[in-house]
Design a protein around this ligand. Structure first.
Ligand SMILES: C[S@@+](CC[C@H](N)C(=O)[O-])C[C@H]1O[C@@H](n2cnc3c(N)ncnc32)[C@H](O)[C@@H]1O
Length: 434
């Protein structure tokens, strides 16, 4: 714990400053000359020139994460500027809804590596992923609390984040401030969803799929819809409200499906039009009648939690997308998603293309897509692209600041016109069409 400035110097091996000079915020242990026992560091090249400031861990292979690319403290003013910028971005994007949900802070995408803050109506749910952020909690938490309160948030919850263990941190699941009688309700377009902030998966809900859920609602009239890995039925309820003839939600979690059924009814939908499919997707989908569903959503959990899992995960994605393709009617639509940060765009595309091409009726993949996730980055001509990082999606590019300015210019762009919104990856495969 070393919140006082100046933080100790973490020196790089000769020639290892390349990624940082391109403003990539991650530093792996192999680039570090000698690890030091400090959770907050100033990172310097071999000659001692400071390149940036961030959090660090002597035991994590991800040795440091940069918060700034100059030499200055991570103090109250720093966090205030970052939080206000993140908030303004969500406001500019039209996502800041007092009754809705949106990701206010998305780690690296908001230049706050390791920190996630989701808004659910009057609640903020935080995830703190590094020892450095823990060491600085007394600096950033009062600022976040003040801004949250100003914006009408009265409930503050903290949930665990994958990666805490590598930083030597205990799991956490608690109400920090305010009172919480039970799950809360948020609005998303015409739909209302119940979110359990303390027991739900991740921070309670999968906010990153908002735009896709909304778009499915517009394409559901009279359709038979199969929502695989459906969680609490976000896609299902939008489909039901969009006039679907019948909707099936498949998930392995009984608690999620219980909530889905309650929310289906809460949204005024007829329980007779909803089918509950509880169990393992790989097994249940094998037993489904082929070509029976007009709209099929396949949104699996991250199969590749680490780089070493990629090959196994690739096979699992391929299998489940193939089963999705098999269930889809000719002329229907299949949505394939991935939230594995380690599965890059090319492999994701391959995992979708292969089963689609292999379909006996000669279906073809037409649109292109990408994996979504907070830290799928691509480097391009001196800038870093943060895919899926801006307000839960899209691509955020940080350009080099113009000389003399300390504020990086931030650019949002999206892969493919079809997306046209702040959303993660999508691959829509129209079947039986040229
Ligand atoms: C990424 S979430 C889906 C989010 C959902 N599409 C939404 O918009 O809210 C993945 C879901 O897969 C479920 N799941 C994990 N393994 C599964 C399996 N083998 N079979 C079926 N469901 C599974 C989890 O319970 C979780 O609800």
């Amino acid at each position: 714990m070393n919140p006082s400035w100046p933080y100790p110097l973490l020196r790089l091996k000769p020639g290892k400053e390349g990624m940082l000079s391109r403003r990539h915020p991650w530093l792996y242990s192999g680039a570090v000359e000698a690890p030091i026992e400090a959770s907050l560091v100033r990172i310097a090249d071999h000659s001692g020139r400071v390149l940036g400031v961030g959090t660090a861990s002597a035991t994590n292979p991800l040795a440091a994460r940069l918060f700034r690319f100059d030499d200055g403290p991570l103090d109250e003013a720093f966090f205030r500027e970052r939080f206000e910028t993140a908030l303004q971005l969500r406001k500019d994007l039209g996502l800041w809804d007092p009754e809705g949900g949106c990701r206010l802070v998305f780690g690296e995408g908001d230049f706050l590596p390791g920190l996630v803050v989701d808004r659910y109506g009057s609640a903020l749910v935080l995830q703190v992923g590094t020892a450095g952020l823990e060491a600085l909690r007394e600096v950033w938490w009062p600022v976040l609390f003040e801004i949250g309160k100003r914006e009408g948030c009265t409930i503050f919850v903290e949930r665990s984040q994958a990666g805490r263990k590598e930083e030597g941190l205990e799991p956490v699941n608690r109400l920090i401030k305010g009172s919480l009688a039970g799950p809360i309700t948020i609005r998303e377009g015409a739909a209302h969803f119940t979110v359990d902030l303390l027991k739900g998966q991740k921070t309670g809900f999968f906010l990153d799929q908002r735009e896709h859920r909304l778009s499915l609602g517009r394409m559901a009239q009279d359709a038979r819809v199969l929502n695989v890995f459906g969680y609490t039925g976000g896609f299902s309820i939008h489909a039901g409200l969009g006039g679907a003839a019948e909707v099936a939600t498949l998930d392995i979690s009984a608690a999620a499906l219980d909530q889905c059924e309650k929310d289906w009814a809460m949204n005024g939908l007829d329980p007779a039009d909803h089918i509950r499919m509880e169990g393992d997707a790989f097994e249940l989908m094998r037993g489904l009648e082929p070509e029976a569903w007009d709209r099929v959503i396949v949104d699996p959990p991250a199969f590749a939690k680490a780089r070493k899992d990629i090959d196994k995960a690739f096979k699992a994605y391929k299998d489940v997308f193939r089963l999705g393709a098999r269930a889809t009617t000719p002329g229907g639509l299949l949505w394939c998603f991935s939230c594995s940060q380690h599965l890059d765009r090319v492999r994701f595309q391959e995992a979708v293309d292969r089963p689609a091409r292999g379909e006996p009726r000669g279906a073809g993949a037409r649109a292109s897509g990408a994996a979504h996730g907070p830290s799928v980055w691509a480097e391009s001509s001196g800038r870093v692209l943060f895919e899926g990082a801006a307000g839960e999606g899209g691509v955020m590019a940080e350009e080099q600041p113009p000389s003399g300015s300390s504020r990086p210019k931030r650019v949002l762009s999206f892969f493919g016109a079809a997306w046209g919104s702040v959303s993660p990856a999508v691959l829509v495969i129209p079947f039986g069409q040229p």
